[in-house]
Ligand binder design. Structure first.
Ligand code: AOS
Ligand code: ZN
Ligand code: ZN
Length: 394
């Protein structure tokens, strides 16, 4: 066969592939680590502008990452309008604003769930400041992840904290502008080890449903217990119209924040199958696909390039799933045929089709190689002296 894409049906999926956009997090470009050690990398960004410049490299080499998520306070600056213009000048947009109520001494026993009115007000005010910043950066989404929880049974009034959280979220939600959204992320443990105030999708869903249309759930793929069927949660949230965004990453053990698709590419494939099934890649979809990763030992910009390429590769496979044949096998209760159709899509090798697809769009067929050859890492290593850690490594 002369045209390999004819064998896979690749040409039928390119319109949808063209729509694929993955937001990259500003903190992925800073140094990060574990509680044991933060290893520095030459060329680490010293400013938010340098983080955005690195993110722009990911987009320039892949065409997949047109926006950058910010983190407040790690990315605080005096002039957000100027920052927005700077990003646009490099061909990227400023995206989701991530709040932070997990680093101040005041939040030791909670933030939006705190029983202390002054602490709770401080946490609410921080979110209102984020909303103000979003007005200037042109961001749509305020992403809230809370470290709030307890280490010991009896430490907190679990029920009361849900009521307090609902009240705090309502105050923030009521300040959203038209076109802005609040996405509430859940996480089953860490830093709290016994009980977390937003531990699962059900709790997030309960809160965002009570708030209204502009509130949605954020699903971080690393925030589930081992063995959790994440694609089921994806299907359910899409069915309920409440899947606002993804934080993509890989985990082996806890919230490892490794490169998406590195630990279990088949799981990523299954998730993307449900995203497509639920309309998450339709032209009018409002589901935000984001990365939430840290690169503790590997180079950061190529780590991000690898990540968005992994999402693209699994998306291409998922788009190639023969849904008609699958529906027929399901209707026939032909278990093995249905599973085979599913596995055939997963095992289809799309790498050469994707390389050709990129080249047709003026992008490098092999973005990893193109970036390596660009000399960018050597340039930033020489130019940037005294790079700082991302907030995670602080
Ligand atoms: C923390 O575990 C969460 O995954 C957060 O989504 C994220 O890492 C944070 O919002 C960055 O500030
Ligand atoms: Zn996350
Ligand atoms: Zn996380």
């Amino acid at each position: 066969m002369t045209d390999p894409s004819a064998a896979t049906g690749f040409s039928s999926i390119t319109d949808t592939l063209d729509r694929l956009a993955i937001e990259v997090p500003s903190w992925a470009y800073g140094n990060s680590g574990t509680r044991f050690r933060v290893f520095g990398t030459p060329g680490t960004p010293r400013t938010v502008e340098e983080k955005i410049a690195d993110a722009a490299q990911v987009h320039a080499h892949t065409g997949l990452a047109p926006s950058v998520a910010l983190h407040i306070p790690w990315d605080k600056t005096d002039d957000y309008t100027a920052l927005r213009e700077y990003a646009e000048g490099l061909g990227v947009r400023l995206g989701t604003v991530n709040s932070n109520t997990f680093q101040d001494e005041a939040y030791k026993f909670g933030s939006l769930t705190s029983a202390d009115d002054a602490v709770r007000q401080q946490a609410v005010d921080h979110h209102l400041e984020c909303l103000e910043i979003m007005g200037r950066t042109g961001s749509r989404d305020l992403k809230i992840w809370l470290a709030d929880g307890a280490n010991y049974p009896g430490q907190n009034d679990l029920r009361q904290r849900q009521d307090t959280l609902a009240e705090s979220l309502r105050t923030i939600y009521d300040q959203l502008d038209d076109g802005q959204r609040l996405v509430l992320e859940y996480k089953f443990f860490e830093p709290a080890f016994y009980s977390t105030d937003v531990p699962d999708w059900g709790t997030s869903y309960a809160h965002v449903s009570a708030l209204g249309e502009k509130a949605m759930v954020c699903l971080d793929t690393g925030h589930h217990a081992p063995g959790t069927n994440i694609e089921f949660i994806v299907a359910q949230l899409l069915r309920l119209g409440k899947l606002g965004s993804f934080d993509f990453n890989s985990r082996f053990y806890a919230d490892d924040d490794l490169i998406v698709g590195a630990a279990d590419p088949y799981q990523l494939f299954r998730i993307v199958v449900e995203v497509i099934r639920g309309g998450g890649l339709d032209a009018d979809s409002e589901v935000a696909l984001m990365l939430d990763q840290c690169h503790n030992i590997e180079e950061k910009v190529p780590g991000q390039i690898r990540s968005v390429l992994n999402v693209q590769e699994m998306t291409a496979k998922a788009l190639l799933l023969d849904r008609e044949a699958l529906a027929q096998a399901q209707a026939d209760n032909d278990v093995l045929a249905a599973n085979q159709v599913f596995m055939d899509a997963f095992f289809t090798d799309v790498r050469s089709d994707l390389a050709a697809y990129r080249e047709e769009r003026g992008l490098p067929g092999d973005p990893m190689a193109a970036f390596r050859e660009s000399g960018y890492l050597d340039r930033i290593a020489a130019d940037r002296v005294g790079g700082t850690q991302s907030g995670w490594g602080a």
